[in-house]
Design a protein around this ligand. Structure first.
Ligand code: TXA
Ligand code: MG
Length: 316
């Protein structure tokens, strides 16, 4: 898997045609979604899905999200519910993933779910992702297009840097708007927040009409992918910093003097969109450490702080 030439495909109908043909042949294509770039493969093809795990160096017990075009296509693979209806009506297409019981005979590769009885599904809103799904006309398994444990990619260059030579192609659609992965809500039991993300918890609870259970991050099977160290830059990360110490670069938030600012105006949406981009950029400067200003814990701040805590966590 190390000798592929990774083709950069344009975001036009010729590019979409090539991407769909690669998927049909069991290959891997990275593509933009509104959250982050995904590394896509035909979710029904065991070999293609196995290649996703191999290219990312991802542990096989960590299941993938399946991307589909519509609620109707999602219903082919999962047992639907009233709660799913409420959330999908309010937020699909968009940065929300629903975990529901998988239907028997779904036709999906068992590698996708890591043999869990549930499946994570999402309808992305990005126009390029939508065109690709329409052209391919089938389910696409797509984790974020980064090596496992590293910072997620929010532009095509990040994907090339992390996975170039290991995947067939990348559809270049520029920078991702949201900049954080989708929020994951578990609906197989009482509604639970399995991963904070690009759709704020407050909005989900309002549409659902009830509070979400907060997941127990100690349980890697109900909340897999929640291994503590994740999104890790090469540099050490220090949180809630008022100023940089020697050898550190400061990633600011609000009106502070810093090396890069997530949002000078203190806007959480802007900060989310800049988070991974700025971490990639600061990491490229090979500093000993990255210090980060405090970020409020409301709205998108919940997901931003989740990613920052993982970036700062002790590594194996
Ligand atoms: O925004 C996103 O969600 C992006 C774009 C590409 O769609 N994808 C993404 O995929 O972030 P990934 O693989 O990096 O993260 C998916 C998360 C993992 O933490 C995985 O453990 C969890 O979803 N997951 C997948 N299937 C699950 C399931 N059946 N139950 C619980 N969690 C699941
Ligand atoms: Mg990921």
């Amino acid at each position: 898997m190390t000798d592929l030439t990774t083709e950069i495909l344009p975001a036009n109908s010729a590019g979409f045609e090539s991407a769909a043909a690669i998927w049909q042949q069991g290959g891997l294509v990275a593509f933009p979604t509104e959250t982050v770039y995904g590394l896509g493969a035909d979710a029904r093809n065991d070999l293609a899905v196995a290649k996703v795990f191999e290219a990312k160096g991802r542990p096989h017990f960590n299941p993938l999200i399946v991307h589909v075009q519509s609620v109707l296509s999602a219903q082919r693979y999962v047992q639907w519910s009233d709660a799913a209806d409420r959330l999908a009506a309010a937020f699909w297409p968009g940065p929300l993933t629903l975990v529901l019981p998988i239907k028997p005979n779904s036709g999906l590769s068992p590698l996708v779910t890591a043999e869990l009885p549930t499946l994570a599904v999402r309808v992305p809103a990005h126009p390029i992702a939508k065109s690709l799904l329409e052209r391919f006309d089938g389910p696409i398994a797509a984790p974020s297009a980064n090596p496992s444990g590293k910072i997620s990619p929010t532009d095509a260059m990040h994907v090339t840097a992390g996975l170039g030579g290991k995947i067939d192609a990348i559809v270049d659609g520029g920078a991702c708007d949201v900049g954080l992965e989708s929020t994951i809500v578990g609906l197989a039991d009482a509604p639970a927040l399995l991963r904070p993300g690009g759709m704020p918890r407050e909005a989900l609870e309002a549409a659902l009409g009830e509070a979400l259970n907060l997941h127990n991050s100690q349980d890697p099977l109900t909340a897999p992918g929640q291994m503590t160290s994740h999104y890790a830059p090469g540099a050490r990360v220090r949180l809630n910093a008022e100023a940089a110490q020697r050898g550190e670069l400061l990633l600011g938030f609000g009106p502070v003097d810093c090396d890069l600012n997530l949002s000078h105006a203190g806007d959480l949406r802007e900060a989310a969109a800049n988070l991974f981009h700025h971490l990639h950029a600061l990491d490229a400067q090979n500093a000993a450490g990255i210090a980060v200003s405090p970020i409020p814990e409301n709205g998108l701040g919940l997901a931003i702080n989740d990613r920052l805590r993982r970036a700062a966590a002790p590594r194996d």
